[in-house]
Design a protein. Structure first.
Length: 204
């Protein structure tokens, strides 16, 4: 009967307290957990990091805690030595989403270097920059604009940006995790090549 009192639901065989289970579930559910967004959950995560990591390792997932940025997120464990069942499915960004990400990452890098702790950006700025990289192959201007707004919506849901007021976003430090400095340089080089090829076609 004493064991039954500790059950959170009939047949419960779990050993973690309810609040620790909640943090574990949130880490698994969300793209990331932010110290700024939920200080209580962040504190619990740090206090019980070892047991949460243990449960995630059972699922072949790695917990990454970035104290500097105040972010925690999960990664799929992969190995060339033995077969790992893949739990996390990568949902790649499409072309427009990638272009938006590159611009957000560039603005974040520039503003952070200037001492801005919470860089912000307007939707008009994003549209003006991203539209300059799109071509007729990406559809009509209206379709392109719709794709940019859909990209911003996805990144807002994932926590990369936060729409504070209509059309104005705060860029999260998560953008540095999603797009590393190395990947940013690679994508910038790719964009430069694409623009050069487009100019050569127009001049031909």
């Amino acid at each position: 009967m004493e064991d039954d009192l500790d059950e959170l639901f009939p047949g419960d065989r779990g050993t973690l307290d309810a609040e620790i289970r909640r943090v574990l579930v949130h880490v698994l559910q969300r793209r990331f957990l932010s110290a700024e967004g939920n200080r209580a959950e962040w504190k619990l995560l740090l206090e019980h990091q070892q047991i949460i990591e243990s449960r995630m390792h059972d699922l072949y997932l790695r917990l990454v805690v970035d104290l500097g940025r105040g972010l925690a997120y999960k990664q799929q464990v992969r190995s060339d030595e033995f077969e790992v069942p893949i739990l996390l499915k990568d949902a790649p960004y499409n072309r427009t989403e990638t272009l938006v990400l590159v611009h957000l990452r560039t603005v974040f890098q520039r503003e952070s270097a200037a001492g801005e702790s919470a860089p912000r950006i307007d939707i008009e700025d994003v549209e003006q920059t991203v539209l300059s990289y799109l071509t007729d192959a990406d559809g009509s201007p209206a379709r392109q604009q719709k794709a940019i707004r859909a990209a911003l919506d996805r990144l807002d849901r994932e926590g990369v940006i936060d729409e504070e007021t209509t059309g104005r976003y705060r860029i999260s430090a998560l953008v540095e995790v999603v797009l590393s400095a190395e990947k940013l340089a690679e994508l910038r080089a790719w964009l430069r090549r694409q623009q050069q090829e487009q100019q050569e076609r127009e001049n031909a």
